[in-house]
Design a protein around this ligand. Structure first.
Ligand code: S3P
Length: 449
């Protein structure tokens, strides 16, 4: 679903940020809970689901595919139709802003003998879909989209799918997951090989739902084998909190004088926790308290304190996949560090909700920061703690993470920073403003520049 008129928002220099930040549920796991729940036989119960627009759009899609998806009190209840039981939607599936939603749904439906037409908002309609429809073609599905493989797009599913062996050409959990979800309704074994490890929520959750799935480390990379046509068993799922959302209060605290913020219950799955490692290498006062295991995942409470002596570093490119959504907010921390932060091997940032290198570089430059960039790299020259000038309005290009990153920059800048549209924040972190205000952050409603 697309959101309404643009709502500009301004972040002004803020006093210390202090207190407890209860961030919402994990977006990746929330999408997968609804999709896998819909493909199980019986009732899956989900608590802690992220009620962001991206996930709500996936919920609406699963209803259109024939599952029952309802909220009962605090629990989301999904009555699944079983593997192979999805039905042809009567109308276009609108995934709004969500690349994860559309790509996972395309995979799940591709091995059913019916057609589905997908669309999304102006951001999603620009994003590449061939990375998913290429492997889905190997199952026998046929995609007809706009030029360049863009939405709107109709995927004619394979009535008699064959299993697939596929080496992912880009490090993408969405592509890997689309192939695995398609493999659910193909006979035999579907194999995905990824050279670089990406988030492994699909594998963990498929195992939890009772699928036979195995990951082997080989010379080529991770080789994931799924046995098709399992009967998925409904699950009781408690969605952990999202490390990608935790990144915002954590980083805002690191750069805002006097701050001390506790962000409890954050999943630290190694395929997601690269940002926190990077921040510690930069000298951040960021500690893991009460480290424990929950549901087979490492979890801790993060404590972040103002860190006046952050140092720029070269982020190891091998870490990119484990922090791919966190480069925008990292660049804000880098702008408040001493020295240069170098980020390489990040071409994927150019095909997210917007071109994130371009959006951050343009906004940071307008706020007085020197940024250099190329096709798959960028560098930020830090101005030291509190050194960002601000006093500008930046374009967020329908990208929630660009909006939140610049608002966090505003709390620590010399002059306020305005984002031209705070609306997209509701896709992943609807309580962002209230949560940050609760910590002491200052927002003002701006008039559009
Ligand atoms: C996601 C995978 C990542 C990430 C996105 C969520 C997922 O995208 O950027 O926010 O849930 O699988 P890519 O797989 O395209 O890297």
């Amino acid at each position: 679903m697309s959101h309404g008129p643009a709502t500009p928002l301004t972040a002004a220099a803020s006093g210390p940020l202090t207190g407890v930040a209860d961030v919402p549920g994990d977006k990746s796991i929330s999408h997968r809970s609804l999709i896998l729940g819909a493909m199980a036989v019986g009732e899956t119960r989900v608590t802690g689901l992220l009620e962001g627009q991206d996930v709500l759009d996936t919920g609406a899609a699963m209803r259109a595919f024939g599952a029952r998806v309802e909220k009962e009190g605090e629990t989301w209840v999904v009555n699944g139709v079983g593997v192979g039981g999805l039905m042809e939607p009567e109308d276009v599936i609108d995934c709004g802003n969500s690349g994860t939603g559309v790509r996972l749904l395309m995979g799940a439906a591709a091995t059913h003998g019916f057609s589905v037409t997908y669309t999304g908002d102006a951001s999603l309609r620009k994003r590449p879909m061939a990375r998913v429809t290429d492997p889905l073609a190997l199952f026998g599905a046929v995609a007809h989209g706009r030029t360049g493989g863009r939405l709107p797009m109709t995927v004619v599913g394979a009535a008699e799918p064959v299993p697939v062996r596929y080496v992912t050409p880009v490090a993408s959990a969405q592509v890997k997951s689309a192939v695995l979800l398609a493999g659910l309704n193909a006979p035999g074994e579907t194999v995905v090989i990824e050279r670089e490890a990406t988030r492994d929520h699909s594998e963990r959750m498929l195992r939890g739902f009772g699928a036979e799935i195995e990951t082997r480390k080989t010379a080529e990379g991770n080789e994931i084998t799924l046995v098709g046509r399992p009967e998925l068993r409904p699950q009781v799922i408690e969605v952990p909190r999202d490390p990608s959302s935790a990144a915002f209060p954590v980083c805002a605290a690191l750069i805002t004088p006097g701050s001390d913020v506790l962000v409890p219950n954050i999943g630290l799955n190694p395929t997601r926790a690269g940002l926190f490692e990077t921040l510690r290498e930069m000298g951040a006062d960021l500690t893991y308290e009460n480290a424990r295991e929950e549901g087979g995942e490492p979890v801790a409470d993060l404590r972040a304190k103002f860190s006046p002596d952050l140092q720029g570093i070269e982020v190891p490119p091998a870490r990119a996949a484990s922090m791919i959504d966190e480069y925008p907010i990292l660049s804000v921390v880098a702008a408040n560090a001493a020295g240069t932060t170098v980020m390489r091997g990040v071409a994927e940032l150019r095909v997210k909700e917007c071109d994130r290198i371009d959006a951050m570089a343009t906004g940071l430059r307008a706020a007085g920061v020197t940024v250099r960039d190329g096709a798959d790299w960028w560098e930020v020259d830090g101005r030291g703690a509190g050194g960002v000038e601000g006093g500008t309005t930046v374009a967020v290009h329908l990208d929630h993470r660009i909006a939140m990153s610049f608002l966090c920059a505003g709390f620590a800048a010399k002059r306020a920073i305005t984002v031209d549209d705070a609306g997209p924040i509701a896709t992943s972190f609807p309580i962002f403003r209230a949560l940050m205000e609760g910590l002491g952050a200052r927002f003002e409603h701006a008039t559009a520049a």
